[in-house]
Design a protein around this ligand. Structure first.
Ligand code: ZN
Ligand code: ZN
Length: 268
């Protein structure tokens, strides 16, 4: 394969793992589902966990870090993580070989693998130790993953701008969240500046990225209780239409699946 293959193996508040492969360099961004699910999902897209170059972790919440320790033990897989997330995550990892841990500095690019893949973890506003959104630069352009964002911070959006594909959080619908069963404290946490992006926030972020040249988006990390795919899509479509941006014409938008593997995206 000469191009870049990207695939959400799982996405949502139940667990996240995104595959990015460029030549022989293949990574996972987060490993927040069971090892078995990761292995099976990779197999279903013609990949293998044993061929991964490493796992990058956005932050320590279990829907992102659950199987990191298992991957390190089973496959001797290198872990790429910043200091804050590492300190918060290490007690969840179980036993692991320390030499596999590669600490990167937030907002500073680092290189992974033989065939240059350059990654940068840009700091995000979220209730975790040192959460980041990743921008992965490849020979075919950049791919970014920005989920678990408290708000669509314009500084962060500018840092990720120019990517060819962006996985953007569309976590909740404000009306469903307000009317739903969550306790008030949790509702405030989700919608606060250290929580998650609503569908409307997601549309605003997409409009910003679109104005800077990105035309392909995947709505990601949908809440199970406070959102559903059709609602996320229709909200984003309606918001963008107000700005004369039409899905299918000016940009492509799909939705990352929660409990199954999404269709891989290939860039050449
Ligand atoms: Zn989180
Ligand atoms: Zn999360």
């Amino acid at each position: 394969m000469t191009g870049v293959k990207i695939c959400a193996l799982r996405s949502g508040s139940s667990g996240n793992a995104i595959f990015v492969g460029s030549g022989s360099t293949k990574i996972l961004i987060d490993a927040g589902v069971s090892l078995r699910d990761i292995e099976d999902a990779l197999k279903s897209i013609g990949e293998s966990a044993s061929e991964l170059t490493g796992v990058l972790v956005t932050h320590e919440h279990s829907d992102h870090g659950r199987s990191v320790g298992a991957l390190m033990r089973r496959y001797q897989m290198p872990l790429y993580v910043n200091q804050g997330t590492y300190q918060a995550l290490r007690y969840q990892l179980g036993k692991y070989p320390e030499h596999l841990v590669h600490i990167f500095d937030s907002n500073q690019p680092f290189t992974i693998g033989q065939e240059a893949m350059q990654a940068t973890g840009f700091r995000t506003s979220h209730d975790a130790a040192e959460s980041v959104a990743f921008k992965i630069e490849t020979a075919q352009g950049a791919v970014s993953v920005c989920t678990d964002l408290g708000w669509p911070d314009p500084v962060l959006l500018d840092q990720l701008a120019g990517s060819r594909v962006i996985y953007v959080e569309a976590n909740y619908d404000p009306t469903l969240l307000a009317a739903g069963p969550y306790p008030q404290m949790l509702k405030q946490r989700i919608s606060g500046e250290f929580g998650h992006l609503s569908n409307d926030d997601s549309a605003r972020a997409i409009a910003h990225f679109l104005s800077r040249g990105t035309e392909r988006f995947v709505l990601s990390h949908l809440s199970k209780e406070n959102n559903y795919p059709e609602l996320a899509m229709s909200t984003v479509r309606d918001q963008l239409a107000l700005q004369q941006a039409r899905i299918g014409e000016h940009l492509q938008v799909s939705i990352a699946r929660r409990f199954s593997v999404s269709t891989p995206i290939e860039l050449s």
